[in-house]
Design a protein around this ligand. Structure first.
Ligand code: ADP
Ligand code: MG
Length: 737
């Protein structure tokens, strides 16, 4: 045995005792999980400084003031900070915390933290544990190490993290110990947002204000607040950690940059919703436990379409909480995978030719009196408020399709969107038969008189009960689908934060609400005016509604005829952030200033260039240091075999070896040429002026050069002796977890 397999066999031997242990661990876990089933309600939220804890530990007046800020959005009274900090510290220390950290979401897409212990300066060699209101409210991480897209001049380093009391502090337990994490916003010295949370919070204010105007128009005088609710379904892959560590591409870029398809893919569709295997089940069990302790309402888990792919969905929550929780979900999925000898891949496309991962962002608007503004009821044609809300959302999505598309752009998602497994890069809305029919009635006759009913589901089996059917089927190919009482934005990438898509959604809908309220508040005859407005709006923006197959080629053609944008790449999507239309929108609702938008565009171009640069360099490294040497070894063996066979038996037929040698040598030289070209293109890109110009060079020159290198290498993998191939194959990775 040589190469990888020899190493693997040795590793296995070493692992044997651990493996035996693992069996024991699985048993332990099963026992543990049995007991968990009994006390989920006991562990749920155990590590969260939540409402119940605050009520219990804060003086009544302080609790009331804090609650007013959290629930009604009233300005925070800084005088209560000391008391809250004190209570928080005591609670955390009782649970073993030694440190606290402001936990924030810079534009890197992952969360950031800087830990401080609670200890005071020693006095007589003794310390006490301290935490002041000032430390709770404000932190000062060095902002110069985070992407700012030019918002800061290089000499300005100050940045502030600011306590977001509407997202509860929590305790993280891991190898570091117990850390009190305080969700915060992150902004520059001048108050410009450097993070994902601040614009989200601003957008919540905007949609709240405008949605309340709509509710008031319909006579609702009691609702005090309207907030977006979000449930984010998270897809991910699990691979064996030993194998993961043998793949430099996975380590450095989160995806495979080479890899031939295994003989079996996902064609049998036997993984989707398949029985969950023991190793995975034990992992999911641990993930749930961790999440529940942190107050994340993890609810659904199942195997996804691709082998080794899974999904986790929580119960929906207020959007701010949902965004923070999704970050916690991603961190937890990764952390727990390590403990189970696996690696969790959150990348949108870890394996070419195998389904990628997304994140379905389910979004609705809920008033504090419990009304879901997106609930059509049984007879939507009579539900005028719903029809107005729907018309506004349709308008918002049509007018700002480019912004929504942009909000789902990240480097990994470029491999997914439009690749027949995820929604196309064209934004359209699926409404379903019932609503489509109501809209038809409205637009053609000016009057909607009835709503289609779902009817009854009959299975033809007597012992199975008849069920009421939904009025509408689902559509899995639409990027923005109405699913009963919410919209599901299905474009978002699996590794991306959901903050930006929701900030965009909230703001564009706020704008449409505002335009409607401006008109309707002035109307003499409200009923007439609202009827006309709904009809007008729907007629003007109907082109965005599409109930057909979003994966079909015909749709691309039709969408173009309808004038809908089809923005295929991330680099082409970014300019949407800084159009006059976008600047006007975001400035009007105080979500972003022009400077903030420009800086975000800059950061995204930079992120793109950096990511592609790392991928290109990793490919270069792998090809030159492991793949080409392995292929040379293989060809040397073939050549030696030809000579040996010929000399032993001059009449022997060595045509097979010769053919293989020729084919391999051709591919090898193709590889070498592609490698040189990649090096040249990467150099050219690295030397390009930054920002958009540089991102374009990476997109137009480096990416194709990477594809050109991959092609012969993947062919070589199919030919070269498996024992010589320097890394685990796709089959090893996705079928042997
Ligand atoms: P599916 O895969 O069929 O879309 P899931 O149950 O996996 O359904 O996920 C649906 C997600 O939508 C869950 O996170 C759920 O909590 C969330 N959801 C349900 N109702 C609403 C709502 N009114 N607003 C926002 N999210 C919702
Ligand atoms: Mg879904």
């Amino acid at each position: 045995m040589t190469g990888f397999w020899k190493k693997e066999a040795e590793a296995r031997k070493k692992e044997e005792p651990k493996r035996k242990n693992q069996k024991g661990r699985i048993k332990e876990r099963m026992e543990e999980s049995m007991s968990d089933v009994l006390n989920v309600s006991e562990i749920f939220g155990k590590n969260v400084f939540n409402d119940a804890v605050m009520k219990d530990r804060l003086p009544k007046n302080v609790y009331k003031k804090l609650k007013k800020t959290i629930e009604d959005g009233a300005e925070l009274d800084p005088s209560i900070a000391d008391v809250v900090a004190h209570a928080m510290k005591d609670w955390a220390i009782e649970r073993g915390a030694t440190h606290y950290t402001h936990w924030f979401q810079p534009l890197t897409g992952v969360t950031a933290e800087k830990h401080d212990s609670f200890i005071s300066a020693p006095n007589d060699g003794k310390v006490i544990m301290e935490f002041s209101g000032k430390e709770l409210i404000k932190g000062e991480p060095d902002a110069s190490s985070f992407p700012s897209g030019g918002l800061r001049a290089t000499f300005e380093a100050r940045g502030y993290t600011v306590w977001d009391c509407s997202s509860p502090a929590f305790l993280r337990e891991d190898a570091i110990g117990v850390t009190l994490c305080i969700p915060t916003s992150f902004c520059s010295y001048k108050g410009e947002s450097l993070d994902k949370k601040t614009p989200l919070l601003r957008s919540m204010q905007a949609v709240n204000e405008q949605a309340l105007r709509i509710l008031r128009l319909f006579g609702n005088t009691t609702a005090k607040r309207v907030a977006p609710s979000v449930g984010a379904e998270q897809e991910y892959f699990l691979v064996d950690r030993e194998k993961y560590l043998q793949r430099k591409d996975l380590i450095y870029t989160g995806r495979t940059l080479f890899g031939a398809m295994p003989p079996k893919g996902q064609e049998l569709e036997d993984h989707y919703f398949g029985a969950i295997r023991e190793r995975i089940g034990s992992y999911m069990n641990d993930v749930n436990k961790e999440l529940w302790k942190l107050g994340v309402p993890a609810k659904t888990q199942h195997n996804e379409v691709a082998p080794a792919q899974h999904e986790l969905a929580p119960i929906y929550e207020g959007v701010n909480q949902a965004v923070d929780h999704n970050q916690i979900v991603m961190e937890t999925l990764k952390k727990v995978a390590g403990r189970h000898g696996m690696a969790c891949l959150l990348h949108e496309k870890p394996f070419a030719g195998v389904n990628g991962s997304g994140k379905h962002n389910n979004w609705s608007l809920t008033a504090d009196d419990g009304t879901n503004l997106l609930n059509p009821g049984d007879t939507p044609h009579e539900n005028i408020q719903f029809l107005l809300v729907l018309a506004c959302i349709i308008k918002a999505v049509d007018v700002h399709a480019d912004l929504l598309r942009e909000s789902a752009a990240d480097v990994g998602n470029a491999h997914r969107l439009g690749a027949n497994e995820a929604p196309p890069a064209i934004i359209s809305i699926f409404l379903g038969e019932q609503l489509e029919d109501v809209i038809d009635q409205l637009c053609s006759t000016g009057e909607a008189t009835h709503s289609k009913k779902g009817g009854t589901l009959k299975t033809g089996v007597d012992i199975l009960p008849d069920l009421d059917k939904d009025a509408t089927d689902r559509n899995r190919t639409s990027p923005f689908a109405f699913t009963g009482n919410k919209f599901e934005f299905r474009m978002v990438g699996s590794s991306d934060s959901i903050a930006s898509p929701n900030a965009v959604l909230n703001t564009i809908v706020a704008e449409a609400f505002k335009e409607a309220a401006d008109k309707l508040e002035k109307a003499g005859d409200f009923d007439m005016a609202v009827h006309d407005l709904i009809k007008e709006t729907l007629s003007a923006h109907r082109r965005i509604i599409f109930n057909g197959n979003g994966y079909a080629d015909e749709w691309v053609v039709e969408a173009e005829q309808r004038g809908l944008p089809n923005i295929r790449s991330m680099v082409d999507a970014i300019p949407a952030l800084t159009t006059d239309k976008a600047v006007k929108l975001f400035e009007e609702f105080c979500v972003f200033t022009r400077a903030e938008l420009e800086s975000r565009a800059e950061v995204e171009y930079e992120n793109y260039s950096k990511a592609i640069n790392i991928e290109a360099r990793t490919m270069y490294d792998m090809a030159s240091k492991s793949i080409i040497p392995a292929v040379i070894k293989y060809t040397t063996g073939l050549a030696a075999s030809i000579t040996a066979v010929k000399s032993a038996c001059p009449d022997a037929d060595v045509s097979t070896q010769t053919e293989l040698l020729l084919e391999t040598s051709d591919l090898l030289s193709e590889t070498k040429t592609a490698l040189s070209r990649l090096a040249e293109m990467t150099e050219k890109a690295a030397a390009a002026e930054g920002g958009k110009t540089q991102a374009l060079v990476y997109h137009q020159d480096v990416v194709p050069a990477m594809a050109a290198l991959r092609a012969p290498v993947d062919q070589l993998e199919m030919i070269v002796d498996k024992e010589l191939w320097p890394m685990p194959s796709y089959g090893d990775l996705i079928f042997e977890v």
